[in-house]
Design a protein around this ligand. Structure first.
Ligand SMILES: Cc1ncc(C[n+]2csc(CCOP(=O)(O)OP(=O)(O)O)c2C)c(N)n1
Ligand SMILES: [Mg+2]
Length: 609
């Protein structure tokens, strides 16, 4: 056997450079890194050696550089992913939140936190967490529950099995999720005689499981029997590249489609059968059809509570759920009729068997009425009042083309965008609403831009999210990856303040004004963004916002636009109840009233299950 002597770190990098997808691209085209004593010497040296063919990108925070990596993978529909390496201790645990985000959203990312010495010789090393009773514990054990595959590399040759296992997890549609290879720092530096064959080029093909024949027959029977079927399109539609198949299926069989946050942009927004968003932040059209549906066909969705309105949006007592999912775990949830399969393959197989079957037509007025609500919420306001999130969304929509991608994650915006944004092309809508992680947005925008450089990337976020994590804005400038960022400054955590009041609470600790303070914060976001190197401007109204957006389009550098907004306005039309537990006893009348209303709403949850 021919061997080659390399450090474990060099072997890891060399292995990654040989892994391709069926398009001929590297599965992992590069690595984000913030170095420390846990990874600078060995992994740093290995990455330096390949810097021309396998780029290393330097981020400013471990969590957000991992967000960029995860957004990249999402924008690539999971066909490619990035590696992220950190030092031990705080560098590593900073990345745990991002790992959880990837886990919830079923997105691939290869995390390589440095770990303590396997030899234990210098223990305790700087930043080592010492467990009194379990010597095998390190800070990196925090990754275990939020990794799809976790491994601790304590001998170099473990990579011979760990790396193929990592790649299979990253590339398999069913198992897809974050992989954490916790890499002991002394092991990174150790040499080993590796078989040369380990570094031979390998192609990872996308698996597209076909449905089981009997399960397919049961699904076909259910669809044939349904008078009011509804497809709920989730992220799996985009990851499977099933948009065209979905369009063909919906048209042929006249099944209307509603979209989850992850599934939005599966069908063109203008398609008559696309009823828009469903659930808590649903359109009036989709939620009306959902209420009557006798067959809810989940297509690549996890049925998160925002999608199901905490299981109160489907009101037909005889409704069934058909869950088409590549992941058995998702397809068996909620007593669904399960069809385990790739979304595209499943749609094609169902279509073949269904023949000319078509469901009764839906009322076209439903969508017309909803689009009138969208116009009312997004048309430029008259007068001097502060604009709403909806008004800002309208301006961004009017100033962006079909190729634009809007990026968002948390605050009041995701609900408004889910309802109001019109995405005409697949992947034109990029939300983290699995983890809805404040601080994902700017880093996420950077990752999306790196994945799809030909498309315009517009990040929308609140003042709270901006303050939580903004430093990858500087990275976007350093890397020449231009993004447009629109900051909606409503002076606080507006959506949680509204939720607080809706559950009977006093406005407390959410808005800057109602949080304990000596000096109320008055933040100049444009000056801050400018200090990070961006072009930045503050605008006074929607007209000025549109003019600034037009300027931002031709900016070469990342361009930040700040606008003051009203913290209290949301789009009333559409929507559904969301289960947020209200206190059972309180000395305050407002809470008791909210509890009473809560119990009434809760009675409608799974009312007939
Ligand atoms: C990391 C993280 N911490 C806390 C939350 C809970 N949370 C959701 S939205 C929100 C406020 C967001 O404020 P801002 O970005 O200004 O948006 P707004 O609600 O004002 O629209 C908070 C605290 C979260 N989603 N993520
Ligand atoms: Mg805010």
């Amino acid at each position: 056997m021919k061997t080659i002597r390399l450090t474990a770190a060099q072997a890891l990098v060399r292995y990654l450079i040989a892994q391709k997808n069926e398009d001929g691209d590297l599965v992992i085209p590069g690595c984000w890194a913030i170095f420390g004593h846990g990874n600078v010497a060995a992994l740093g040296e290995a990455l330096y050696g390949v810097r021309d063919s396998f780029p290393t990108w330097r981020g400013h925070n471990e969590q957000t550089m991992a967000h960029a990596a995860i957004a990249y993978a999402k924008a690539k529909n999971r066909r490619q992913a990035m590696a992220v390496t950190t030092s031990i201790g705080p560098g590593a645990t900073n990345m745990v939140t991002a790992c959880a985000l990837a886990h919830v959203n079923r997105l691939p990312v290869l995390l390589i936190p440095g770990d303590v010495f396997a030899s234990r010789a210098p223990d305790p090393v700087l930043q080592q967490v010492e467990d009194f009773d379990d010597a095998t514990v390190s800070a990196n054990d925090c990754f275990r529950p939020v990794s799809r595959y976790f491994d601790r590399i304590t001998r170099p040759e473990q990579l011979l099995t760990a790396l193929p296992r990592a790649l299979s997890t990253l590339t398999d549609p069913e198992r897809c999720g974050p992989v954490t290879l916790s890499f002991c720092q002394d092991v990174q530096a150790e040499a080993f005689d590796w078989p040369e064959s380990f570094f031979a080029e390998k192609i990872w093909y996308q698996r597209r499981p076909a449905p089981d024949a009997d399960a397919l027959a049961r699904a076909v029977d259910a669809i044939r029997a349904a008078k009011h079927p509804l497809i709920v399109a989730g992220g799996g539609v985009l990851y499977s590249g099933a948009s065209d198949a979905l369009k063909a299926f919906a048209e042929k069989h006249q099944v209307p489609v509603a979209e989850t946050q992850a599934g939005k942009s599966s069908l063109p927004a203008s398609h008559p059968l696309n009823l828009g968003s469903i659930g808590v932040t649903g359109s009036s059209a989709a939620n009306a059809i959902a209420a009557d549906a006798d067959l809810v066909i989940g297509l690549g969705t996890r049925f998160q509570d925002f999608t199901t309105g905490s299981w109160s949006v489907f009101k037909n007592p005889s409704r069934r759920i058909l869950a088409i999912n590549v992941t058995p775990f998702d397809s068996y949830k909620h007593d669904a009729l399960s069809l385990v399969a790739d979304a595209r393959v499943a749609l094609e197989a169902l279509g073949e068997t269904l023949g000319a079957h078509a469901a009764p037509p839906i009322d076209p007025e439903l969508k017309k009425t909803w689009m009138a609500s969208v116009a009312a919420a997004t048309d430029a306001p008259s007068g001097n009042a502060l604009p709403s999130d909806g008004h800002v969304i309208g301006a961004v929509q009017r100033q962006s083309g079909e190729d634009s991608i809007v990026v968002c994650a948390s605050g009041g915006l995701p609900g408004e965008l889910h309802k109001l944004w019109q995405a005409e092309k697949p992947n034109g809508y990029h939300l983290d609403y699995g983890y809805s992680c404040m601080g994902y947005e700017i880093a996420g925008g950077l990752g999306v831009k790196m994945a799809l450089p030909e498309r315009d990337v517009i990040v929308m976020l609140g003042d709270g999210s901006y303050l939580m994590a903004n430093s990858e804005l500087a990275t976007s400038i350093m890397l020449g990856q231009k993004i447009t960022v629109v900051v909606l400054d409503n002076r606080g955590f507006g959506c949680i303040n509204r939720l607080q009041q809706a559950t009977g609470g006093e406005s407390f600790n959410n808005l800057i004004d109602t949080a304990r303070h000596v000096v109320p914060a008055d933040i100049d976001f444009a000056a801050h963004a400018r200090a990070l190197g961006a072009i930045a401007e503050k605008v006074d109204d929607i007209g000025a916002l549109e003019a600034a957006l037009a300027r931002a389009k031709s900016s070469e550098r990342s361009h930040v636009i700040v606008i003051d907004t009203d913290p209290m306005i949301t789009t009333e039309a559409g929507g559904n109840w969301w289960d947020v537990a209200v206190p059972e006893v309180s000395e305050r009348d407002a809470v008791n009233a909210a509890r009473k209303a809560y119990l009434e709403d809760r009675a409608r949850q799974r009312a007939f299950d």
